[in-house]
Design a protein around this ligand. Sequence first.
Ligand SMILES: Nc1ncnc2c1ncn2[C@@H]1O[C@H](COP(=O)(O)OP(=O)(O)OP(=O)(O)O)[C@@H](O)[C@H]1O
Ligand SMILES: [Mg+2]
Length: 264
Amino acid sequence: MAEKLEVRELVQVFNNQEVLRRISFSVREGEFLSILGPSGCGKTTILRILIGLLRPTSGTILKDGRDITKLPASKRNMGIVFQNYALFQNMTVLDNVEYALKFTREFKGSSRSRAESLIEQVGLTEHIRKKPHKLSGGQQQRVAIARTLAMNPEIILFDEPMSALDAATRLLLRDEIKEIQKKFHSTMIYITHDQEESFSLSDRIMVMDQGIIHQIDAPCGIIENPAGDFVRDFVIANLQRKVDSLAKYMGISAPDCGKPAYGA
Ligand SMILES: Nc1ncnc2c1ncn2[C@@H]1O[C@H](COP(=O)(O)OP(=O)(O)OP(=O)(O)O)[C@@H](O)[C@H]1O
Ligand SMILES: [Mg+2]
């Protein structure tokens, strides 16, 4: 896989405090990368810089090898899905998805049919004429996803898109996001502080705390070789707790998260 995005030595200072401390990472074409870390560690700041809403203090961002650090958001061809859906409440589902398309040269003539098709793909055709407040949280988030997909972005960024949803809806939407990624071959960067969510969705997980990256690896790589105490405590121990409590509930003995359960 080719590098889609490369971040080099990114620094962000707010009020004399280094919120991002020279972080470097890359995302491959078609990859699903999670950024996993506790509240305040700098996840949203990374996203705001990537999408072009915030100019970093220093550092470089390359997309397909080209420096985009100073490019305005509108020229980056990236889409974002927020925690709070950010839908227009006075517009129908269809208008929400179609809105931005109407103003782009590429989709101007086909905006209605494109919006309808995307609404169908996220399973909301029967709600197409409704306004957002008539929909559940999960349905609203699907509208937000359809709206983001409509612009055909090369990279889709998610900022804790599930945190306002109940557990069952989260599981459902998680599968749908994975399906969407397969269907559209999008490169996705997904912010979460939920260990389980990052493990179930990601090709690789970037574990961070206090503005630094502790480890970037595939889920099994993190389980097998945690990079240090923070990864062991924040990731492995948390997963182990979940596994233990589930196992107790189901009356089975829990596997040890620190040891691979397969052919080792
Ligand atoms: N515009 C700003 N001005 C000053 N400080 C800021 C600004 N934006 C973020 N910060 C600070 O930068 C740090 C990182 O914030 P950020 O929003 O990136 O964290 P996060 O990892 O997304 O947290 P959460 O999981 O709670 O959303 C925090 O200490 C925050 O208070
Ligand atoms: Mg955040």
